[in-house]
Write a protein that binds this ligand. Structure first.
Ligand code: G3I
Length: 358
């Protein structure tokens, strides 16, 4: 059970990870505990001169500025030696790629199945890693029994699901993707069964239910195609601003950032900053970059640089450990290739993270 207050992390013989200097909000303290404990495994060592050496792992480098660097995991691969050692060495945060989604956790109404998700959580806790929760409510990967529901039946099902899953993991999740992908490219609401049956208020209802189930977790809205200032990110910005003005419990916005090597990132940092200025944290939640070599490395570098330039950007998660198991493996989008070798983009990310150490 995470405490709500970030503790200064001390370890015998190695450096202290300095807590973030800004005051932490209730939920953010939970995240910080994860960062502080999660970073211990790979913390940099103070030299005699008292200046920190560069860290040699992604999680260790990120922890130097109070951030995390995570990966989406499939518990089915945790028994593979190379997968587990890359995960345990390099990352201080995890998210279940599929194991905590609606179809996986509530295959039949009121009958919950947490085995795979619990595997991810227990692995993470054994390694001092944070755990992101993904995702409580999404139009995709709904179990068959949900699809035919209408009106209040669907509302009760949604709230029951949120309560059941967020309640099960209460105190173990640093931040939940409460709602995933509810907007279209033009900024209109996606006409999902949730939108059509429940009306515009369903997103707020979902956040309030998640807050009731786990008041200690940060509650995030998560989406893709928001990698700059555009019609979609504008619509989400308006929603977050409205939520903040009305006291709807929202603590962060997740930017999936499924990118290609020719991505236009000209307003990426500005976009992160404007959300942070609303008083929420921002997290890069599903980063992968199709391509290879220097072009791919540049995009990973620029995204990482944007995150470390925004104080409320609490961390980055890549959508997988290795190209071998990526959902877009043909595009080789991750930092480790199919043989778990570090790619050029790995070095680019590590350099930016080490450059950001406090
Ligand atoms: O578990 C079943 C298995 O029993 C069955 O034999 C197999 C073949 O049909 O399918 C398995 O389910 C697959 C599941 O991944 C678990 O492997 C689904 O078919 C497949 O559609 C699903 O794909 C996932 C996808 O979300 C679903 O939309 C990807 O792995 C996952 O990387 C992807 O992740 C999403 C994020 O959740 C949200 N943001 C976008 C991102 C990429 O689409």
């Amino acid at each position: 059970m995470r405490t709500k207050r970030a503790k200064a992390a001390t370890t015998s013989g190695t450096s202290r990870i300095r807590p973030r200097t800004r005051p932490l909000r209730k939920r953010a303290r939970t995240a910080a505990v994860g960062v502080l404990t999660g970073g211990l495994a790979a913390v940099s060592v103070l030299t005699t001169a008292g200046t920190a050496q560069a860290a040699d792992t992604l999680g260790g480098a990120a922890a130097q500025s109070g951030r995390y660097f995570g990966a989406a995991v499939d518990p089915g691969h945790l028994g593979e030696g190379d997968y587990a050692s890359a995960l345990n060495r390099e990352f201080n945060s995890v998210v279940a790629e599929n194991a905590m989604k609606w179809d996986a956790t509530e295959p039949n109404q009121g009958q919950f199945s947490f085995g795979a998700g619990d595997q991810v959580v227990s692995h993470a806790r054994s390694k001092g890693m944070k755990v992101r929760g993904h995702t409580l409510v999404w139009h995709s990967q709904q179990p068959a029994w949900v699809r035919g529901l209408t009106g209040d039946s669907l509302r009760r099902a949604m709230i029951g699901h949120i309560s059941g899953v967020a309640g099960h993991y209460r105190g173990q999740i640093s931040s939940w993707d409460v709602v995933n992908e509810a907007f279209e490219w033009d900024g209109s609401r996606r006409q999902s069964n949730l939108q059509q049956q429940l009306g515009n208020g369903w997103i707020e209802e979902a956040f309030r239910a998640a807050d009731a189930a786990d008041p200690g977790a940060k509650l995030c809205y998560n989406d893709y195609g928001t990698d700059g200032i555009n019609a979609k990110s504008d619509a989400i910005y308006r929603m977050v601003k409205d939520f903040r003005n009305r006291g709807v419990p929202i603590d962060c916005v997740g930017f999936q950032s499924h990118l290609d090597s020719n991505a236009d990132l000209s307003t990426y940092r500005q976009n992160l900053q404007r959300f942070a200025d609303l008083g929420v944290d921002v997290e890069i939640t599903e980063l992968d970059v199709g391509g290879s070599g220097a072009a791919q490395a540049r995009v990973f570098r620029d995204v990482t640089a944007a995150c470390v330039a925004v104080s409320r950007c609490t961390g980055i998660t890549t959508w997988g450990v290795t190209d071998k198991y990526s959902w877009r493996s043909q595009e080789t989008p991750l930092l480790f290739d199919s043989a778990y070798r570090k790619k050029a983009a790995y070095g680019a990310v590590l350099d930016v993270l080490n450059g950001a150490r406090n």
